[in-house]
Design a protein around this ligand. Sequence first.
Ligand SMILES: Nc1ncnc2c1ncn2[C@@H]1O[C@H](COP(=O)(O)OP(=O)(O)OP(=O)(O)O)[C@@H](O)[C@H]1O
Length: 323
Amino acid sequence: MIAVQQLTKRYGRHTAVDDVSFHCEPGTVTGFLGPNGAGKSTTMRMICGLTPPTSGTATIAGHPYRHLPNPGRTVGVLLDASAQHAGRTGREALALSAATMGVDRRAVGELLDRVGLNGAAARRRVRAYSLGMRQRLGLAHALLGDPQVLVLDEPANGLDPEGIFWMRGLLRDFADRGGTVMLSSHLLREVEAVADRLVVIGGGRVVAQGSKEELLAGSGTLVRARDRAALRGALERAGLPVDDSTDGLLVNADSEAVGLAAAAAGVALTELRPTGTGGLEQLFLTLTAETATGPASTRPTEAATGPASARSAAVPPTEEIVR
Ligand SMILES: Nc1ncnc2c1ncn2[C@@H]1O[C@H](COP(=O)(O)OP(=O)(O)OP(=O)(O)O)[C@@H](O)[C@H]1O
C-alpha cells in the first residue's frame, strides 16, 4: 500500500507538486498519468525518499521510505533505467545488488531469465544495452528483494511492442498475487490496458482519480450552435451544468435533455453528441489540455471525467491550473 497525503514540493517560487493525495492499494495497478512537467517524477521521487517534500507525507507499507529497514525488500523502485552502472555486466550489477540486500544469489539467474536478459545479454556491459534492455535490468533490480510494492516511472519507455506486452503481463500478475503497483506513463493506451485505478496529474495537482471504469464512463454531451451565447443561456435556464470547450459546450446531461432545452429556447444546433467515448486519451487530453499547452482551451467537466465521485474534490478552476 502506498499512501500519499497532501504532498507538496516547491522549487523556489515554482510549485512542482501541489497538495497531492492518493492511495495505491494491494492487488491493484495504479496508473499515474500526466503530460510532461506535470509532477509525476517529482511525486515518485518524494515517495521513494529521494526528494524531500516541502510539506505532506508519503508512506509505503505504513512507513516513510527512509524508515524502511531494507527498502528493497518492501518496495521495488525503477525511476531512471539509464542510471545504472555502465561498466558492469547485467549479471554483475544484479549480483552486487543481491549481495547488498541479502538476497540469495540464485535469484539473480532466475530474474535475468524472467526479464529476458539471459545468456549473452547478461554478460554484456550495461553501456552496450539498449534503453529497452536497461528497463528490463531495472525491473529485475526492482523485483530482486521480492517486494510487495512496485514504483515504476515510465517503465515502458524504450520497450518494443512485444516488450510492452510482456511488461503488462508481469505487472498484472504481480498485482493479481496481492502486490501494489504504481506506474507512471504517457503511453495512455498501455496504462488503459493494465491499470485498475488512475490518478491524473496536471500542473502539479491531481485533476482526477478513481477506478478506470469510473473515469472512462462519460455521461455528458458536446453541443454546438452558431449562437453560442444563446445556447449557453438556454442550457443554464434549464439548470444543466455547462462548461466551455474548444469544440463547443460540454454539458453534464444526456443528449436528449440538451436537445430539448435548446429546442425550447428556439436555438438551432449544429452538433449534438455524447462524450466519453474516446477512452482514456480523451480524458487525459481534456483534463490536462491547459497544463500541457499553456492557454486554457478546454476545462474539465463531469461530461469528460465521469461521476463526481471519481474527480478530485480539489480540482482547481482552470485559471489555477494554468501557470
Ligand atoms: N530539481 C528541480 N529544480 C527545479 N525544478 C524542478 C526540479 N525537478 C523538477 N522540477 C520542475 O518541476 C516540474 C515537474 O517536473 P517532473 O519531472 O516531476 O514532471 P513529470 O511529470 O515527471 O514530467 P516528464 O514526463 O517530462 O518527466 C517541472 O516544471 C520541472 O521543471
